[in-house]
Design a protein around this ligand. Sequence first.
Ligand code: SAJ
Length: 425
Amino acid sequence: MISTSIGEMSPEKTSQADQNTHASSSCGASRICVVGLGYVGLPTALLFARKGFEVHGVDVNSQVIAAIQQDQVGERYAELAPWWHEVKSLERFSASQSPLPADAFLIAVPTPVHPETKACDLSAVLSAVRSIVPILRPGNLVILESTVPPGTTRRHVKALIEAQGFKVGQDIHLCFSPERILPGNTLHELVHNHRILGSEFPESARLGADLLHQAVEGEIYLTDDLTAEFCKLAENTYRDVNIALANELSLIADELGVNIQNAIPLINKHPRVNLLQPGIGVGGHCIAVDPWFFVEVSPWKTELIGTSRRVNDRMPIYRAQQILQDVAGIENPRICLAGLTYKPDVADVRESPAMRIVQILKERGLDVIAYDPLLPDYQTTSLEEALTGADYFGILVNHSVLQKALSDKREHWLSLMRRPLIRVF
Ligand code: SAJ
């Protein structure tokens, strides 16, 4: 086990590469190929290009490549606009559907779960590795960043590289280093978060950390690949289990007639308690997914983790029932639901509990108007129109703009409605 942090190994922080010169790490990496240009890969590619590396980005999705080639990144991914505008003028970043030879390869492709079996689908990781194996050269560094079940780097990625005739740890340096960025705060967290980097081989870990350190200002903590994979899952599982507890307590509170929002600040006055917020469920493609990887590799030891996942997955059903109770007695109620993304202020609907609530109520035959100011597809009507004649206004995801609209003009919105029923979830 490697237990030193790169900070201890080289107390001097690596100075930030000058934007106008070409950068390289101590392993000599100056060309980087980033496979997967999603919410982790694309900002990572831009970050290294900003720091002076020659970066080639790869994605199987032709629309992503077209957005880059046609200079639409700023509009399509608003959060990345500042870096995109810097990088596009540097001519150090290219993108296509096929990888190019490089000194280092970063893999950041999705690892979804099967909707029914909840098993991890590693096909994107495996095909990303297969795509780079023919162009690997001795001395190359490969860093897997996708969240994976523990053992994947050693069992699958290493095996594919060695099948090409390389010896991992000697010819090719293989590491696993998960990303911890919070969607909505990507640029800051990508640079400043501390990271874990693991490899079976200490020298590979050192080289991997050296590369990351060229762009990341947080500490890079070294360990082995299995531990790094385990840590990533544990982080998101920790949050999922704690949200499940908050959700379950909110259900008990509802049954007892206790206002959970009044209770939480009082509970959190205890010096060692920090209850999270109950909500409509857990969405996104990380927390709602990653704990299942533990259940997959350790089915008999994950009672709490599996139960927490199920508690959170059931929340949209409870919240839909709550809405049905709220409108019980109203004939053909007209329901306006606002905020459809997986969390506030992020235009991302993956695993969105709000979308699930809308679906449940529509399946029951209810007249539901779904509105979200962040989603072009759900702005076909204005909030004004959506609320006119409505019997019920449910704010499922409380975006800042919705909060502001409600606090500034509450009386106005109420005056448009047939009945003044508002619930903020
Ligand atoms: N949620 C609650 N109650 C809370 C906090 C969140 O119900 O008190 C809900 C949100 O509404 C949302 C879901 O949980 O539906 C997840 O949101 P989040 O903000 O907790 O996390 P993500 O999925 O956007 O990002 C997480 C982060 N992981 C942790 O906080 C441990 C992020 O740092 C990771 O990089 C990311 O997963 C990832 O890629 O794994």
